[in-house]
Design a protein around this ligand. Structure first.
Ligand SMILES: [Zn+2]
Length: 351
């Protein structure tokens, strides 16, 4: 049983963890990827929940990871777990704290106009949430995932999922999103529709290290997940195609097409385009872009160039200059998810 959290510093993570441990006690070990500070925090919450003599040994396994290794560690554990519980934290950096208000059906047309007319801002959704969804989706484990969320944030999360799902369908014939307001990052949240179930909990102000009613609901949902996956042999996770960099072509997400990603670790890329491609290094892009283009960065959100992934279609390079056949660089911003491409010889234009 793997426990994932979208925002590490949220103290509610550990109340969810103890409730999960209670839900699966004597039948499964709960894995959590973290560091030594987590161990001390978990032990304190554990004693608070189960008594001064209680020990986490045998119930929770802390998988130690460093800043460099945790992404790979999480990928491996997602691939191997029988079931996954994802705690979505409303404290996630950019989790929207505005309520959308009435259900979608009661929204006035005017709402949509105002929504669509507002300028493209930063993504509403935090990076932590996005990374977990991205990894669960790449490993096709969302159907084995139970999503936990504090009850008062459920309406916002529901709206995000609904909007992400709806908007995700609005693409042109090249697969580019045509809706102006939601960033591609927010649209990815729509993938959460594939999760097995969402369960909310209420955490009383001022405490509670254990949520028994929530634990009961988690337990029955996880038993259903396990009953569904029992007997299904999952293909082993090929980490070689989900992590690291390589100068030779590999089948990579999202479509398994051959791609050469030689300058960036694949697990760092939340947005990888479909189709065969070769990555173009930031150094090479920096040599051809004019000073203004470098200063502007992403044409949508003005994130710096190093936060963008540059590539050209196909598995052969022709060079970025010349009158004959040449590469045509595209960039996908890893912050807002939008795609841009070379304009003229030395600038980037939105796509
Ligand atoms: Zn951007």
């Amino acid at each position: 049983m793997l426990f994932l959290r979208t925002f590490k510093p949220d103290p509610l993570n550990f109340a969810v963890l103890t409730s999960l441990a209670l839900a699966v006690q004597d039948t499964a070990v709960v894995e959590i990827v973290g560091d030594l500070r987590d161990r001390a925090a978990i032990e304190a919450v554990w004693r608070d929940a189960f008594g001064p003599d209680a020990t986490v040994d045998g119930a929770v396994e802390l998988i130690p990871a460093t800043r460099e290794t945790w992404r790979r560690e999480i990928l491996v554990r997602i691939g191997a777990a029988d079931a996954i519980v994802l705690n979505i934290s409303p404290k996630d950096v950019d989790f929207p704290d505005f309520p959308f208000g009435p259900p979608m059906t009661e929204m006035l047309n005017d709402f949509w106009e105002r929504f669509m007319d507002s300028p493209i801002a930063s993504p509403m959704t935090g990076r932590g949430l996005l990374r977990e969804i991205c990894y669960l989706n790449r490993l096709q484990r969302l159907p084995d995932t139970v999503v936990a969320c504090e009850a008062r944030y459920q309406p916002t999360l529901d709206d995000l999922i609904a909007l992400g799902g709806t908007m995700g369908d609005a693409v042109d014939r090249h697969g580019n999103f045509v809706t102006p307001r939601l960033t591609a990052i927010d649209k990815q949240v729509g993938h959460l529709r594939k999760a097995f179930r969402g369960i909310t909990y209420r955490h009383p102000d001022g405490g509670g290290s254990l949520l028994p009613a929530f634990a009961a609901a988690l337990g029955s949902a996880l038993r259903e997940v396990l009953a569904g996956t029992a007997g299904h042999e999952r293909p082993p996770v090929d980490l070689g195609n989900l992590t690291g960099r390589s100068a030779s072509p590999r089948p990579l997400p999202p479509d398994g097409a051959l791609k050469i990603v030689a300058f960036t670790d694949v697990e760092e890329l939340l947005f990888l385009p479909p189709g065969e491609l070769i990555e173009i290094s930031h150094e090479e892009m920096g040599r051809i872009l004019n000073r203004e283009a470098v200063r502007l960065g992403c044409p949508y959100c003005h994130t710096r160039l190093p936060e963008m992934f540059f590539f050209t279609a196909g598995l052969r390079r022709h060079g970025l200059r010349g009158d004959g056949q040449r590469d045509w660089p595209n960039g996908i911003c890893q912050v807002c998810g939008h795609k841009s491409s070379l304009f003229g010889d030395d600038a980037l234009a939105p796509q």
